[in-house]
Design a protein around this ligand. Structure first.
Ligand SMILES: *Cc1c(COP(=O)(O)O)cnc(C)c1O
Length: 366
């Protein structure tokens, strides 16, 4: 792409050429028919859900262990959020529990590729086809790939090629970024693509819309980031696999699965602590890591209905015990491919030492 196009005299008035070039490259990369850029992943998801025109009581199923954003979007677009349990290994939405949660009011299944481990989207599409809504047909499979840009699903497809609509985020923490904020939707449904284009630019010539475009500077950066994405992901995967191998002999730690062929991008390198450590001792380990060893960690992610008031209020009466149990055992120390090997070694040694500190502080009762 040249920065001055054939309409060079109009440069400064138009952002479309840059954005269109980025959209075309992104669609090609993912294998989807179309890509529609947005100013954030959050607005992209709101607009996907908006096209469903959810009525009170219309249900959207989503995994209880999640980023809060997708759940707030469902509530914001007038849907009833129905929580389902995570798979115990990947913590992605569990297909079996999704089937249990499905009913005659299910309009959509919202699948998050949680922390970079890809979910089996083909399986959810097949599930939706078997359980059509009486008026609207098969529930829509909407994929939140904010943390899985560049991954491949178990079927071998690039993330973004499967499902009805997939949203990506280019916010600064994500696997690629467009100057700190940005988003994209991929889809093979031309009617959805047209609606999304209208929604992000004042409704086309017909309906409601607002301004949700990416800037051309962001699109230009997106082109560069996209060209580097596979290399950046490969570096992250290599570092994650090395950390997993280095921590493998610590009996207290359940480590993330080492999946091949970009089926896990390790947006987070999550540790699962022993069941007896759920909650209190997990928090002790977190504090010890920070206070004694200077290593920061986060909980990514808590169960959304325990972490966020609006979601708690909206889902009163729903409970996902497996999600609560697993989330209380999660601990995520920082991981980044650009940390030096000295920094990485310090983090690994600190995890080992702090885990031993916690074990020693209260030996298991026999
Ligand atoms: C970051 C993120 C979003 C929202 O993306 P923004 O671009 O920050 O609005 C949605 N879902 C998940 C899982 C995310 O990690």
């Amino acid at each position: 792409m040249t920065l001055i196009d054939s309409d060079g005299w109009r440069t400064g008035w138009r952002s479309a050429d840059y954005v269109t070039a980025f959209e075309t490259a992104f669609a090609q990369y993912t294998g989807a028919d179309q890509a529609i850029a947005f100013n954030s992943g959050g607005t992209a998801l709101e607009m996907i859900l908006r096209t469903l025109r959810l009525r009170p009581g219309d249900e959207v199923i989503s995994c209880a262990v999640n980023f809060v954003g997708p759940h707030i979007a469902v509530i914001g677009q007038g849907g009833q959020l129905v929580l389902a349990e995570p798979d115990p290994v990947t913590l992605n939405l569990d297909p079996a529990d999704t089937e249990r949660a499905m009913g005659p009011r299910t309009r959509a299944i919202l699948v998050t590729h949680w922390n970079g481990a890809t979910a089996d989207i083909a399986r959810f599409t097949e599930l939706a086809a078997r359980r059509p809504h009486p008026v609207h047909g098969p529930p829509r499979v909407i994929v939140d790939a904010a943390r899985a840009c560049g991954g491949r699903t178990p079927s071998g497809a690039r993330v973004g090629a499967e499902g009805w609509a997939t949203l990506f985020s280019f916010e600064s923490k994500k696997l690629m970024t467009t100057l700190g904020q940005g988003g994209m939707v991929t889809t093979n449904d031309p009617a959805l693509a047209r609606q999304l284009e209208d929604l992000r630019t004042y409704g086309g010539r017909e309906g409601w819309g607002t301004n949700q475009l990416l800037t051309k500077a962001q699109a230009a950066v997106g082109m560069v980031q996209l060209a580097r994405l596979d290399d950046m992901n490969a570096a992250r995967i290599a570092r994650a696999h090395a950390r997993t191998a280095a921590l493998a002999d610590i009996p207290e730690l359940d480590l993330p699965p080492s999946l091949d062929e970009s089926r896990h991008l390790y947006y987070r390198h999550n540790l699962l602590l022993p069941e007896e450590w759920a909650g209190g001792r997990r928090d002790e380990l977190m504090n010890t890591l920070a206070a004694r060893y200077g290593v920061g960690s986060i909980i990514s992610d808590p169960v959304t209905y325990l972490a966020h008031g609006l979601i708690r209020h909206h889902t009163l009466g729903q409970c996902c015990p497996r999600a609560e149990q697993l989330a209380a055992r999660l601990l995520c120390p920082c991981l980044h491919p650009q940390m030096t090997s000295t920094e990485e070694a310090l983090i690994r040694d600190s995890i080992r030492a702090a885990t031993a500190d916690i074990t020693r502080s209260r030996p298991p009762t026999s």
